[in-house]
Design a protein around this ligand. Structure first.
Ligand code: SF4
Length: 125
């Protein structure tokens, strides 16, 4: 990363962040973004919204880099468990809502304790 990228990131933090979230929220956001395919790993910017990751994960509200407005800081793809907020702004921007999240797989039983009603292989107790 060049010094220009560093300077842009610092400026974004100063200009963009109005209020901060707590450290646990910022950490959660950072982990989600780090695993996201939409993160430009060279510049550490989100390819969806253009925000710099290090500023964005801390912001509670921010000035949008793409729109002339303040926003509740959110993941534009709803990956921060904030799909409703993302869809709010998508509706304002005339975009279709994000699809509902995929259903989770049913948990696999891992208990090795036999059920009290189960019978042994020999049919006995
Ligand atoms: S804000 Fe959302 S879309 Fe952008 S990098 Fe983070 S998780 Fe990915």
């Amino acid at each position: 990363m060049s010094w220009i990228d560093d300077a842009k990131r610092v400026a974004a933090g100063i200009l963009m962040v109005r209020e901060k979230v707590d450290a646990a929220t910022a950490d959660f956001r950072g982990r989600v973004c780090t695993a996201c395919s939409r993160l430009d790993r060279k510049t550490l910017r989100c390819s969806e919204c253009g925000c710099y990751l290090k500023a964005k994960v801390w912001a509670k509200v921010n000035r949008s880099p793409a729109r002339p407005r303040g926003e509740v800081t959110h993941c534009p793809l709803g990956k921060w468990r904030d799909r409703d907020i993302a869809n709010h702004y998508r509706a304002i921007d005339g975009k279709p809502p994000l699809p509902p999240p995929a259903p989770r797989a049913a948990p696999v039983a891992t208990s090795t304790v036999p059920s009290p009603t189960a019978k042994g292989a020999d049919g006995g107790s």
